[in-house]
Design a protein around this ligand. Structure first.
Ligand SMILES: [Cu+2]
Length: 147
């Protein structure tokens, strides 16, 4: 939860910085009255994100099978945001490992819920799987290709 909140705050910070640059460019005019007018940006409308941070979706089989609905995912290098949804009545999670087998990201175990998992990724192949006993062996795994 803490990491999710932190990541949600990033676009807001970026917009604030961009707004700051824009207003400093305008300051070449000598009017002091302009400082009273503040840009009325609406950060809430910018849910699409920009700069490679677009979230990718991963769903567990909603009917309760030990499977994700896809065994291949693609993402851009940088901060990868995965929106993991488990609408089934049994618990699942998702763990990401790099090609050396090192864990790079892990979500909470959820049931009938969704969550966001974020981690930094370089171009290459990553593996994702469910860490609950028996689930990976039953086929609950896939490959994430980062480009
Ligand atoms: Cu599972």
């Amino acid at each position: 939860m803490k990491r999710s909140a932190y990541l949600l705050a990033l676009p807001l910070v970026a917009m604030f910085l961009l707004a700051g640059c824009g207003s400093s460019d305008d300051s070449s005019s000598d009017s002091t009255a302009e400082t009273a007018t503040t840009p009325t940006e609406q950060p809430a409308t910018d849910t699409g994100g920009s700069g490679g941070g677009k979230a990718i979706a991963l769903d567990a089989d909603p009917s309760g099978a030990l499977a994700y609905t896809t065994d291949t995912l693609e993402a851009k290098a940088g901060t990868v945001n995965v929106d993991f949804t488990n609408d089934a009545a049994i618990a699942h999670d998702v763990v990401f490992e790099d090609s050396s087998g090192a864990e790079v990201g892990r979500g909470d175990v959820i049931t009938g819920d969704s969550e966001s998992v974020s981690f930094d990724a370089k171009p290459g192949k990553y593996t994702y799987y469910c860490s609950l006993p028996g689930h990976r062996a039953a086929g609950m795994e896939g490959t994430l290709t980062v480009k």
